[in-house]
Every structure is written in C-alpha cells, then in structure tokens.
Design a protein around this ligand. Sequence first.
Ligand SMILES: [Fe+2]
Length: 427
Amino acid sequence: MTATQWTADTLLTRYDEVRAHTERLAAPLSPEDQTVQSMPDVSPTKWHRAHVTWFFETFVLADNEAGFAPFQDQYWFLFNSYYEAVGPRYNRAERGVISRPGAHDVGVYRGNVDDRMRELVAGLDQGTVDKLAGTIELGFHHEQQHQELLLMDIKHVLSLNPLRPTYAGSPAPASTPDPMGWVEVDGGLVEIGHRGAEFSFDNELPPHQVYLEPFRIADRLVTNGEWLEFMADGGYRRPELWLSDGWAQVKGQGWEAPFYWTQVDGVWFEHTLHGTFPVDPGLPASHISHYEADAYATWAGKRLPTEAEWEHAVRTDVGDGPPTGNLADTETWHPRAAEPGTGRLRQAYGDCWEWTSSAYLPYPGFHPAAGAIGEYNGKFMSGQMVLRGGCALTPPGHARASYRNFFPPGARWALSGLRLADGGEPR
Ligand SMILES: [Fe+2]
C-alpha cells in the first residue's frame, strides 16, 4: 500500500504522534462519557481507544514479538471489530454495557502495547522495517480513522443528554451566506484512483480510466439556509422528490429536518460539539443521509456528482497539492461557511463529507490483500454509497482527491453534507 521509505526512528516518531493524539481527543471526556453507546452504530470512546490498540497487538506484535502473549486473552474477543479471520468477537450493538475494563484500564492496555511496540520497532533492522512498515503504517491510518469516529460518536452521545454538555470549542461568529456558483468541467477519458508513492487504502486502487461527459459542479456546499427553503417547500412531505427507500425512512423515522436539528418555539436549533445554537443559514447543511441529499438535489432540479466527477473536478480545479480546508487540525469541530467565491471550487476538503451518487464498489482490478487485513475494506462493498472530501473532524492525512469514505444511504450521524452537480448528458 505504500512506498514511503520508513526507518525504525521515523516509525517510532509517527507511532508516538498518532497514539498521543487519540489520548488528547479523549482527554475532555470523563470515564462515564467514554462508556456510553447511544445507538448500535456508535461505539464508546474507550472501545475506540482499546480497539486501535488491539489492531497493533493483533497485526504487528502477535507475529513479530518474541514470546508473544496477549495483554489479556479476552481483549481479543472484546476489541475485535469485524475480522472473521482473527476469531469470534463481542456483539457490536452491546459495547455500551461493558463497564470493565474501564477508561483507566484501557489506558493501561494502551501503555502496555505502546511499550511493546516501541521495543519491537527500535530493535528492527532495515530489512524487517521494510517488511513491517506497510502494516504499521496501516495501523496509523486505522487509528486516525477511529479518531474521526470517536468525535462523530461522542457528538451523538452528548446530543441525547438534556443538560446539553459540550465537548470543546466555541461557535464561529454568525456567517454571511455567499451565493453558490458553478465550475464547468471538461469531460473525456480521465484517470481516477490513487497514484504516486504516498499511502492510500486498497479501495483507492488501482488507478483506472473513466469516461465523463462534460458537467458542472457547484463551487460550494449546500447551506443550512438553502436547506430551510427545501423544508419550507415541503421537502420532507413530498414523496415525488424521494428515492423509494428514502421515503420509507422519512415516514418510518419521522424525518423532518437534518439529524441534529430540533425546533423550539418555531426556531430551529442545531446540536454541535460546542453546544446547541440556532441554525446558522450560512453554514453547510450537515448530518443528512444520502436519501436527503438526493431528495434536495431533485428538488433543486440538479443531481449529486458521481465519485469520478468529484475526483476529476477536484484534480483539475483544486490540483494535486496538499489538501487544505476546515479539517480536524483547525479544531473548529464543525463546518464553516464558504469563503467568498473566486470562481473556483470551495470547501473541496473538510467541512462535510460529500455524498456522491456512486455505490461503493471495487475499482476494476481491485484485489483485497491476503489474510485478515484483506477484510479492512473489500468486504463492505455492498449496499453503501461513497462520500468524498473529508469533514471538520477528519485528520488532515485523510483528505486527498482519491479518498473514498462510505456509509449506508440512511446514515445521518456521520458529518455529511452535499454539493450539487448538473449536466453530463451525452451530446
Ligand atoms: Fe477499526
């Protein structure tokens, strides 16, 4: 997965950075906060902290540490997420009823694995570093994915508390909505997928050609103000706007606004990681399902971009340089309003993951890795839709043109929004 030239020293430095950052993110949360599982899709904070540790213990230490023995036999059962090849695992939906190990004991587990990882890596010759670096680097990226999930999950946990607790941060000043513009994109035969020597996940490979008709793509995300117009026009009451499965969810779940919106005395409020505030019309609409994004696009007379259109538009308009935007390193913990328009794509990276109209499928020539690690991505390529671009909770190393996130089309607790597309009809 990578051609990055690691040494034992650079692996250790990166290991310590990634591991310490997880603990920094968990630091504002009490042991009680870290224990709650508010719905089956959400995992307790302490479970995330333990599971990413289990990943290093299982996929690095077990095969390479002299005289290896698990820190605790039952942790292999408790903290295995979905790896069938590793063995049986605890029921995901019941992670929140586990009071022991507590948050402190998870910290002890983390410390033990950290000590053993440091000892192992410090003693590797360069040939063994070359052999193990791919798996260790995957462990870094895996832990960063869980850093994002930890934040999305605790946002839901805190949202159910009538005391309205906050995680961190403070809201941005009220924004001024900026008009949406359009970027024209040439079609033709274009290359999609990861290229170059830097790390990527296997689902971004191999690069391959896709034919695109010329199309237009919105230069910013759809805003809360625009979403309020959709709602005022009966967006959640008009079945003709909805995919059939989406309309079933509207009726069955009683959807009438984005996931974290509540109405008080006729005013819509939004739950965020820094508190609950009146909906700011200039901020991107967020925490919407694929079904809602698609219904909005239909209402607007537009459509969602395909993942290939999104990637090609970003490569041609934003370029292949280091991604910048409102990602987790800004510590805003929430989408921001688009900067004033310049005729170029805005908010390509950060703010909200952007739903596409593309099903999450293997690229032509995709082959999962052999063994348990091959279960990382490939086995989820059914019944999910692709999102692109990253969000305000995404570590910066997880924003790139080829990055493919994926969720079921009804998922709303992820920090997801939408960008419109138009055109693309064959000429
Ligand atoms: Fe995981």
